[in-house]
Write a protein that binds this ligand. Structure first.
Ligand code: GLA
Length: 363
């Protein structure tokens, strides 16, 4: 008998790179997901089969704790298996068949979807606290895959909700559901750009933020992370210009998440759209994680009638934009943005509606 475990990808509405600075993020879980089908094994092995790549890998359960990263897709389930073992869970022989509809390298969190669905499949009947599941998958990514990510992607993959965005406080790790106005569609546009740079630049940003905290702390010891920093701190502390700009993105972006949540409660789509654009400008100039293709998509989008706002979503250097669009303007938006992007870059971008969906579970 086989069992299926599903974990979704995500689109982050606002709050980019704020998670590892212990601030706020506002993602939604997507209806695109990774599904892992588990059938029992008998030979003391975990066998992994990636349907989409038609690749198989096989590991003896007794060897899992000793495995080293191989810089391929198997690192995600293997990293998760190691974390499960070190947290006292049991790994039994099994065959895991993996299939994902989350496009890779598009800033939609295909890695977290793979980690969380693999963890559930490896756990089988063993129960795990949902927050522990998210943290364990994040540790797998940091310690085994080697990507010093925050908690957002794994958290939303576990805690996603249909019909709502999830405001996560990355310090307390508590969340609040945020209802979105009905008269706005969330549309993602995939630039189809994947930059090799993304993971090394991500690491640089994590370090730059740590440098900002170090410098601020010398004058203001109460600042434990950029979550605690204010614009006043940034004015009073002499930071090198690059570090100042990185920190300013985080401080202003945290504020924008809270303002966006308030604007959503008032159904104030004009303000929500403005905050999208302000967030994008901050990522473009202060955090420097955008790229010409993405900037083009944002600029083109805001010129199309019925678009409230647009911004890049996810880690950066390519991937997708997220757009807030009046429902009756979606068709025209899609046609216009495809035509403009194709004319400029000779690439057809993928456009899709983001439907807030439920988090990880057995199906
Ligand atoms: C990647 C990371 C997340 C987060 C985003 C940027 O998706 O995995 O933890 O930092 O980038 O907001």
């Amino acid at each position: 008998m086989s069992r299926e475990f599903r974990a979704p990808g995500r689109v982050n509405l606002i709050g980019e790179h704020t998670d590892y600075n212990l601030g706020f993020v506002l993602p939604i879980a997507l209806d695109m997901a990774c599904v892992v089908t588990r059938t029992e094994g008998s030979d003391g092995h975990i066998s992994l089969h990636a349907l989409d790549r038609d690749e198989t890998a096989d590991f003896a359960v007794s060897e899992i704790a000793l495995l080293k990263p191989m810089h391929r897709w198997t690192d995600y389930p293997v990293g998760v298996a190691q974390q499960l073992l070190s947290s006292g869970f049991r790994i039994d022989a099994a065959k895991l068949e993996i299939h994902s509809t989350v496009p890779e390298g598009s800033g939609l969190s295909s890695s977290a979807a793979l980690e969380v669905s693999s963890a559930l499949a490896l756990l089988g009947d063993q129960r795990i606290d949902p927050l522990e599941l998210a943290k364990l998958c994040q540790r797998a990514e940091i310690e085994f895959v080697g990507m010093p990510c925050g908690i957002m992607d794994q958290y939303i993959s576990v805690f996603g909700k249909a019909n709502a965005a999830v405001r996560i406080d990355c310090l307390s790790l508590e969340y609040q559901l945020v209802e979105l106005p009905e008269n706005a569609a969330i549309i993602a546009v995939n630039s189809m750009v994947k930059h090799e740079l993304a993971s090394s630049a991500y690491r640089d940003r994590v370090e730059e933020c740590a440098m900002a905290v170090d410098a601020i702390q010398r004058q203001y010891p109460e600042v434990k992370s950029l979550r605690d920093a204010t614009m006043e701190h940034l004015e009073k502390v002499k930071l090198p210009n690059l570090i100042l700009r990185r920190a300013r993105h985080i401080v202003t972006e945290n504020a924008r998440v809270l303002l966006f949540v308030k604007a959503a409660a008032r159904r104030d789509l004009a303000r929500m759209g403005e905050l999208f654009v302000e967030s994008h400008v901050s990522m473009q100039h202060d955090y420097e994680i955008s790229c010409p293709e993405i900037d083009f998509l944002v600029d083109a989008a805001v010129g199309i009638p019925g678009v409230y706002g647009a911004r890049m979503t996810g880690g950066g250097f390519g991937g997708c934009t997220v757009n807030l669009v009046r429902p009756d303007a979606v068709k025209r938006f899609e046609e216009s943005i495809i035509a403009a992007y194709q004319e400029r870059f000779s690439v057809i971008p993928k456009v899709f509606a983001c439907v807030p969906s439920e988090g990880a579970r057995e199906i």
